[in-house]
Every structure is written in structure tokens, then in C-alpha cells.
Ligand binder design. Sequence first.
Ligand SMILES: Nc1ncnc2c1ncn2[C@@H]1O[C@H](COP(=O)(O)OP(=O)(O)OP(=O)(O)O)[C@@H](O)[C@H]1O
Length: 587
Amino acid sequence: MTKIGFILHYLKLNRLSYSLAVLFIFLVNWLQVQIPLYIQRAIDLIDDPTEAGHGQLTHYVTVVVLMATAMIVVRILSRVYAFNPGRITEAAVKNKLLYQLNRLPHSFHQGFASGQLISVMNNDMHGVRLFFGVGVLQFFNVFFALSLTPVWMWQISPALTLYSVIPILFGFVIFRIGFKRMKDLHREHLSRLQSLSKHLMNLLSGIDLLKNSNMSDWAQQEVGRLNQQLLECRIKMARIQTFIIPVLEYTNNLMKILILGLGGYLLLQQQLSLGEITAFLSYSVMLAFPLTQLGRIATVYQRGMVSISRVQEILNAEIPKTEFNRLSPPQLELAQQASLSVRHLTFCYPGSDEPVLKDISFDIPAGKKVGILGGVGSGKTTLVNCLSHHFDIPEGSVYWGDIDIATISRNDIRRFMRTVTQDPYLFSNSIENNIRFGQNHVEITDADIDQVLELSQFAEDVSRFQKGKQTVVGEKGVMLSGGQKQRLSMARALLTPTNLLILDNVLSAVDYETERKILKHIFRRLGQQSILLVSHRVSALEYMDEIIVLDQGRIIAQGSHQQLLETNSYYQKTWRLQQNSKEASLA
Ligand SMILES: Nc1ncnc2c1ncn2[C@@H]1O[C@H](COP(=O)(O)OP(=O)(O)OP(=O)(O)O)[C@@H](O)[C@H]1O
């Protein structure tokens, strides 16, 4: 969608509110220019001693009071109808952004840091709200004020109006120069906010490391440097704003001087009445507000345009077509009985020609337990991310039954397989909510929660916490040990059944005995479900139906524990070394 398309779309979305807002803004401005007309007539009647004159004067005063009261009501209504669309648009765009972010592939997130996204969600969305709310209100206010007021002035004295316009033109020239300069500064301002947010996010995520490694001074300097750049940019903007606003005010004062001088002359010449001069001055006062508002409108407009561009960077990013390729109900039904097959999978990370996975082929039949063993950097996590279609994989390399998973929506594929990653992510919420997270669509009882806590060997730890399952685990689970985090994340994964459970090194932080117990419980529950267990520990893989040995992205051996012990030297060596350290740890 183009920027104009975006603006028109949201203007259209709020068309009723905007139509009413424009109507009320017009009425406010119309009432505003009418009032001086009646004041003028009233002043010109002050000297009239007749009864009819008195009657007229009372009538004019009453009209002015009624109009002023009506203006208050109409102004309130105009603000209500003009501000609400800004808020409605902000909420709608935020929802759209979240929808889009949920569907964009991993490659998009690699180029767009979380700090930048947060800046878009806060700073840019604020810009969007101002643009569609206060921006629209001020635009029409200024438009009607600047177009109606001179017409009413013209009706009193065309000559005086023409002279009054000269300072306004001067003000417009100054405004135009400042406007051009501000445009670049707004762009710079938002990009500086983004990089500050990105850096802060990075530093705050590692705040413990910064403190423990005595890196606080370095972090402060880094943030200080970015803050200084932001400050300099803001000072430049403020300089222009503080220059433009007084110039526009000065323009208005110049206009009043002209009116008083020239108007006084015309009064002496009896070409204008005292009432007319008073009305004319009132109009010049009325022009002061829209003139000074021009600077504000420019700021809201420019900031809004830059913010819309940034929001569109996300909204216009292409969601892979496969995300819209959903399985039909019969296909979903059929897929329940399917299993996973990998066929000659070769994978390179974007921007690299060097394959990290080379010609990988294997099957995980329903109800089977398959293990993956491999050294550090051998490609285990990459393989897991390819199987769950977290990474973009070549078509024809991973199948669920006869469905090529590279060609269908990731949402559909994740109905059949669940991955638990090696870095468990926990929310700053209670233990129970961390387990229930994302499962609102199914009924989950307390007994289910207790059962998965038992299965993941976490129940005993939880019973020791003062608030049990309601213990809040802190940001990213900061209150829990590494092993507890892993077991909580396992409990979450076990809550509802799935066809294929992929566990990527998820028990590395628990001891051998706990790991054995957890796996034993999981295996007992499997039934027709299959499991892919990635581990550095041969002891964890011992009970697998089949074990795949990975080395530098290739499968170098495949078989049962016993077969590999007999045939593969790497497996034998790893087994022996781990047996020794296991005995040492138990001793
Ligand atoms: N996002 C990435 N971009 C480029 N290369 C990557 C990326 N992630 C991993 N790699 C590279 O891919 C190779 C395999 O990494 P991978 O994380 O799959 O190994 P692993 O077997 O899971 O290792 P570990 O046991 O340490 O977790 C490594 O050489 C790594 O540097």
C-alpha cells in the first residue's frame, strides 16, 4: 500500500467521525466570524438614544451571548469527533502490525531489532495518532479560519483587507523555509529515537552481565553518545520552532498596527465606523491563532508522515505466500495420522553459500523416538529450525505425510509439531500462567497443570515456593535456576498433546537422574506421538528407537544405541567420556 493509500484508508475508516468533525469545525469558525459582526452593529448603536435603537442593541447582545454559548458546545463536539479517529486508527494500526509481525518470516526479524520494533510501536504510533487526530482537527481549523476570516474582513473594507494580507504573506514565506528544514529533522529525530531504543534494549537485556563485568561505564558512554545526538537534533528542531512561532506572532502584531494606523485614517475620513474598526481588529486577533498553529500543524504533519513511512516498512514487508496456503479440514484430518520425512535437505543461512546442513535424509514415523547427537556447531539447532519451518527451507525437502511443509502455512504445520528450544523463554507471570500460556482455546484444569508439573519433575520445587504455582517468575524467569526454567518450559510443552514433540537440548541444565526421570515419564505417555530429542548426552539418547549422528552438517551414522556403540567410533568415544563424567558426578 502506498503512503497516500494508507492515509486514505484510515480516513475512510473513520469517515463518519471526520465528516461530523469537519461540520462542527466549520460551525465553530462560522460562529466565530459572525460574532464580531454583531459586536460591530452593537457598538454602532451605542450612541442611538431611540427606543428602537435600544431594542436592537439588546437583540445584538443576546445574539452574541447565544452564539458564544453555542460555540462552546460545537467546539467540544468538534474535538470529540476529531480526536477519536486518531485513537481508533492507532489501535487498528497496532493490531495490524502485530498480525503482520506474527506472520513475517524469521529473516525479517533478523534485519529488524526488537528495540526498533518497540520504537515503532511507541514513538511512531504516537506520531500516527497525532496525525489522524489533532492533525486533522488543526488542519481544518486553520483552513476554515484562514479562508472565512478574510472574507468577512473584505465585507467591511477591501482596502484594509488587502493591506492586512501583506504581513500574512511574509509570515507564510518564513513558515515555508522552516517547514522544509524541519522535514529532514523529523526524519533524523525518529531514526535517532530508534537507534537509542535498539541500544537500550540490547544493554538492558544484558544488565546483569554489564554490572558483573564492570562494563557499566562503557554502557553509559554508549547511551550518553546516542542521547547527545538525539539532544542535538531536538535542539535544532526547537531552534526552528522558537524562531517560526514568534515570527508568525510578529506578523499578526504587524497586521494589528496596520489596521490601527490605516483604519484610524479611514475612521477620520469617515469611510469606516468605530464598530467596523473594532470588528476588523477582532478578526485580526482571530487570525493570530491559526497563524501560530501553522507551526504546530507542520510538526504534526511531518512527524506523522515519517512515522507512517516507518510503520509501512513493516506493513509492506511481504508475508510469504505459503502463509495463506491453509490445509482444508479433510487434509487436516488426514495429517493427524502422518509422520515426518526429511529428503536431501541442504540448507544455507541467508547471505551465505556455505551449507550448514548437507543432504540430510531421515524419517520419524508416528510413535517413534528419534535422537540427534552431534558436537558443538554440527547443525542440530539449524536442523530443528528447518523441520519446524522456522527457517525458510527449499521445497521438497521436509514432508509431513505427503504435505511439503515449505508450501503451507506455518500455523498449520505447528498444529502437528511442537518445538521446545534450548533457551526457554518465560514471561514475567506466574508459574501456572507460564504453563497455560497460549492455550486459551482448550479447557485446562488444575489437575492438568499438576500433572505436567509432575511429569517435568518440577512439582517438588514448586511446592517449596511460598506461593506455589502462583509464584511470579520475574522477567524471562529471572527468579528460577537454569534447570527450573527448562523444566517449566517442558511442563508447558507437555500440557496438550502434539503429534511430534521436538526437544532441542532442553534438559542440558538438569542432572542426569532428573533428565532420566523426565524422559521416562514422557516416553510412557507417548502412544502414537513421536519425539525428536536433540542432546549432547548419549545417556539421554540411549532409549531412542533410532539415533542420528551429525557432524559438520552431515549425517555420519544412524542406528540404535547398541548398533552405534558397535559401529561408530565418535558415538563410542562420546559415550565413554560421558559415562566417566557421570560416574564422577554420582561419586
Ligand atoms: N543465524 C545464523 N546465521 C548464520 N549462521 C548461523 C546462524 N545460526 C547458526 N549459524 C551457524 O550454523 C552452524 C550450526 O549452528 P547450530 O546452532 O545449528 O549448531 P548446533 O549443533 O545446534 O550447536 P550447539 O550444540 O552449540 O547448539 C554454526 O557454524 C553456526 O555458526
